[in-house]
Design a protein around this ligand. Structure first.
Ligand SMILES: [Zn+2]
Length: 368
């Protein structure tokens, strides 16, 4: 058992990640931007043949972006944004005292500014990417991965998923998956539904594709950054400050996920004011796989080695042949209970050992 002496020092953990350089993305090889991809294209037809959608819940398709809540509610729909039913979606960061930092709707040209800030502050996040934007800015996506951030899906065209057919959901998810794979070699595993719009029919299709939905920890953790400039930045900051104060006054036994966006200069700007508010309250900041202690943050089948994210328990062995990129990836509070635990397998122990050494070297702390 290794324990770091300081309980209050936030330390930098080096990333162990590898992102394979891919061929340049040609937008002409993808569907039209910001539109629901057709389901009769040869590529989508091939994808549909790979999965069995038999048994999908027969819940009617909603209308509206986002849809109005059905009245009366539909039995067994489990419609998160309407009735708060999350089924087995992830809604809280499992690590105590941790802010699961996520950014939706990117990449945008302003994302680079945010990446510079995150690098400077040695903080890692999960980026829920829109496929259309990935095709337009593949180099930014590549940088996100090599900087030690975690990539996840936010669909191809950002339509509310309960308004789409099962086949359209497949097309939205698989085109985004392909775009990120083409840009980085990584096959996405986590996703966030646009508008948080998810019910049991959508969940069924996502599960068939191997995706884990990540919602957020309720309205209090919606930063409302997307409402700017209608909502003034000062209002965004004061509202979220109240949420952080309420959380900080609690026992902090589990962490939370926020709703935040790298959509434009305003949201990227306010992010750089929100993050210090969390740090000032000694709240650790981490990406989704670190929150979930998931050492395999991507699906198998990618063309790049599975990167490991520091802070998560290392349980894989055969896939850990990744090279060290040496980029900052995550912050973790020394001595917190959610950190590295017992690893299995010689290779895992070696990797775990190198991670611990990295912590020691960078933080200058004593191991006992
Ligand atoms: Zn979104």
């Amino acid at each position: 058992m290794v324990k770091l002496l300081s309980s209050s020092v936030t330390v930098l953990v080096l990333a162990i990640a590898s992102v394979q350089a891919q061929t340049t993305i040609n937008p002409a090889d993808y569907p039209a931007p910001n539109a629901i991809p057709p389901v009769n294209s040869p590529q989508v037809v091939a994808w549909l043949k790979e999965i069995d959608l038999t048994g999908a819940p027969n819940i009617k398709i909603h209308t509206g972006q986002p849809p109005a809540c059905p009245n009366p509610p539909i039995k067994d729909e489990c419609y998160w944004t309407c009735d708060g039913c999350a089924a087995d979606d992830i809604v809280k960061c499992k690590r105590p005292n941790t802010w699961g930092l996520t950014f939706d709707d990117g990449p945008s040209p302003d994302t680079t500014n945010l990446l510079n800030y995150l690098k400077k502050t040695q903080v890692a996040a999960t980026f829920f990417l829109i496929g259309t934007n990935v095709v337009q800015h593949p180099d930014i996506v590549k940088r996100e991965a090599t900087d030690g951030h975690h990539l996840a899906s936010h669909t191809w065209s950002h339509h509310a998923l309960t308004t789409l057919t099962n086949e359209q959901i497949v097309a939205e998810m698989k085109w985004t998956e392909k775009a990120v794979m083409d840009a980085t070699g990584l096959r996405l595993k986590y996703m966030r539904p646009p508008y948080g719009d998810i019910n049991n029919r959508v969940r069924f299709v996502l599960k068939k594709l191997g995706y884990i939905p990540v919602d957020w920890t309720g309205d209090a953790f919606d930063t409302n950054d997307w409402q700017m400039p209608t909502m003034a930045e000062t209002a965004v900051l004061s509202t979220f400050t109240k949420s952080l104060d309420t959380y900080a006054a609690s026992n902090r036994s589990s962490g939370f996920y926020c709703l935040e966006h790298d959509l434009n200069a305003m949201t990227v700007g306010v992010a750089q004011k929100l993050i210090p508010l969390g740090m000032a309250r000694n709240i650790s900041i981490a990406s989704v796989p670190v929150c979930e202690n998931d050492a395999s943050p991507y699906q198998l089948g990618g063309t790049a080695p599975m990167p490991t994210l520091p802070g998560a328990t290392v349980t894989v062995s055969a896939t850990i042949s990744a090279t060290k990129s040496g980029s900052p990836s995550a912050t973790t509070t020394a001595g917190s209970s959610g950190g590295n635990k017992k690893a299995s397998g010689a290779e895992s122990n070696k990797v775990l050992g190198s991670m611990i050494m990295a912590v020691a070297v960078v933080a200058g702390l004593v191991l006992v």
